[in-house]
Design a protein around this ligand. Structure first.
Ligand code: HEC
Length: 121
């Protein structure tokens, strides 16, 4: 049956495209609560033990409120930062780190407090 393979292949490619579109829609839909954020689970799994619930800080400094650059956080996570140990890709993918950055941003109010580091330039 030489015809069965190509047609099955075509079906699976179409399916994957459909899946990709669904994933994109889910991604671009604005999240109304922190619980909708894809970074919630990886944050709770990896970061929360030190940085506390909702990024409020525990044995490590708070990460909220604050707007972090994803590349900066990626560097901190992979290389470590002072007392913070490096975390490998086995524990956390790059995408999960970026999701965590969005999660933390979602916990930060749009208007930062008056004296934020952004006003000190
Ligand atoms: C084992 C405890 C621990 C874990 C787990 C941990 N951190 Fe940290 N993190 C720290 C400590 C301690 C510091 C402060 C280091 C210092 O200032 O010397 C820190 C600092 C940071 C900073 C730097 C903040 C700044 O002032 O620039 C960022 C960003 C950060 N952590 C993000 C994360 C993220 C994201 C995760 C999860 C992927 C995570 N951390 C997991 C302990 C931890």
């Amino acid at each position: 049956m030489p015809n069965s393979w190509p047609s099955r292949y075509r079906t699976s490619v179409t399916f994957r495209h459909a899946l990709a579109i669904v994933v994109c829609l889910a991604w671009t839909t604005p999240a109304n609560s922190a619980q909708d954020q894809p970074g919630t689970e990886p944050y709770q799994r990896v970061c929360q033990a030190c940085h506390g619930e909702l990024g409020k800080g525990d044995i490590a400094p708070p990460l909220v409120p604050g707007r972090f650059d994803p590349d900066y956080v990626l560097a901190v996570v992979r290389e470590g930062f002072g007392q913070m140990p490096p975390i490998s890709t086995r524990e956390l993918t790059d995408d999960e780190v970026r999701a965590i950055v969005s999660y933390l941003a979602s916990l930060t109010p749009e208007k930062p407090p008056v004296a934020s580091t952004e006003t000190i330039r």
